[in-house]
Design a protein around this ligand. Structure first.
Ligand code: SF4
Length: 72
């Protein structure tokens, strides 16, 4: 599938997901759709330490951000 998106490079520059073997990296619409379908949350929304665990579950997200306020 050809993705014609003018901001893929910009997305890649600011993507905080560290999972490198991903064909959706920089294509945020595909990233969100993929994780939403699995009832998950994209890696970029997780705090840095929790993101590296690659557990994208909603339960892990809540646990990771609980009590952090906006310190992320
Ligand atoms: S959050 Fe998931 S889909 Fe998005 S770039 Fe990372 S590994 Fe890929």
């Amino acid at each position: 599938m050809k993705i014609d998106c003018a901001i893929i490079d910009k997305n890649l520059d600011r993507c905080t997901c560290t999972y490198v073997a991903c064909s959706r990296k920089g294509i945020c619409c595909e990233c969100i759709a993929h994780h939403r379908k699995k009832n998950e949350i994209p890696g970029c929304l997780f705090p840095e330490d929790a993101e590296k665990e690659y557990d994208r579950s909603i339960a892990r997200f809540i646990e990771a951000v609980r009590g952090r306020g906006d310190k992320g």
